[in-house]
Ligand binder design. Structure first.
Ligand code: PGA
Length: 259
């Protein structure tokens, strides 16, 4: 696991955008896994800028989003489909038929989740998966207790997650209690995982992810088993890491490894 610490949210976002852009240049038909939430907004902002000013080309890219609230149509302002349209897709040249966001409105959820997994496989698997982390250590909506081998499925959100996300809804009781999410096992099959975290509220979860035991109580900790995981943090989110000096030393010496 590579841990990169930047002074600010903006620098964290730019570093992440460089990694995504580099992957797209190396493989124009990249299969890109995407996340929602406040964390990746700076990354999306920078990717939009790179598309508009530097011609970063999304025309051959396929995207798969991690999750969606159950019961929200894509037209709902708090749905993740809406979030992605407004914060990324409509500003870049990704083809609409190459965008996958789980549907919150399916009848046969189990068959739908199996189909979503099949589509990922048909696309050749996810090359690069962008991730955030919840205060409870979740990745996507894999709440504490989710199997580390879990696949795309319906989950019940924790009260903590509902509380955290209530800021986006008119009333806390409007936050859906269920979601469709890629599983930890699904995420672990991505060839490269890129997790971003910023702010002091994430410091504890980040320390558990990087330096704690691997446990289904902190589903992000599964990334310790991932062959290529990159964690990019701002100072505040890195504040509780014990081996920060070493991670920085690795980063400073990265050119000798050709990275
Ligand atoms: P946030 O959410 O980016 O809005 O903090 C992250 C998450 O819950 O995974």
């Amino acid at each position: 696991m590579d841990v990169i610490v930047k002074d600010t949210y903006e620098e964290m976002s730019r570093e992440a955008a460089q990694i995504v852009a580099q992957a797209m240049r190396a493989k124009p038909n990249l299969v890109l896994g995407l996340a929602t939430g406040g964390t990746p907004l700076g990354l999306y902002h920078e990717l939009i800028r790179m598309h508009q000013e530097e011609g970063l080309d999304f025309s051959k890219v396929t995207t798969f989003n991690l999750d969606e609230y159950l019961g929200l149509p894509p037209t709902h302002e708090q749905s993740y489909a809406y979030f992605m349209q407004h914060n990324l897709f409509r500003h870049i040249n990704v083809r609409p038929d190459k965008i996958y966001v789980p549907s919150g409105l399916v009848e046969d959820v189990q068959a739908y989740c199996a189909w979503y997994e099949e589509e990922i496989a048909r696309a050749g698997g996810i090359d690069l998966q962008v991730l955030g982390i919840g205060r409870d250590g979740h990745i996507a909506f894999n709440e504490p207790g989710s199997s580390l081998a879990s696949r795309t499925r319906v989950v019940t959100l924790t009260k903590e997650t509902i509380e955290d996300n209530a800021r986006f809804f008119a009333r806390p009781e409007d936050v859906p209690r269920f979601a469709i999410t890629m599983g930890v096992g699904t995420i672990m099959e991505a060839r490269h995982c890129l997790l971003l975290a910023n702010g002091p509220s994430k410091a504890e979860a980040v320390a558990a992810l990087v330096e704690g035991p691997i446990t289904s109580q902190i589903t992000a900790s599964a990334l310790q088993m991932h062959p290529q995981a990159t964690v990019i943090l701002d100072r505040a989110a890195a504040a509780k890491l014990k081996r920060l000096d070493y991670y920085q030393w690795i980063y400073e010496n990265r050119q000798y490894l050709g990275r």
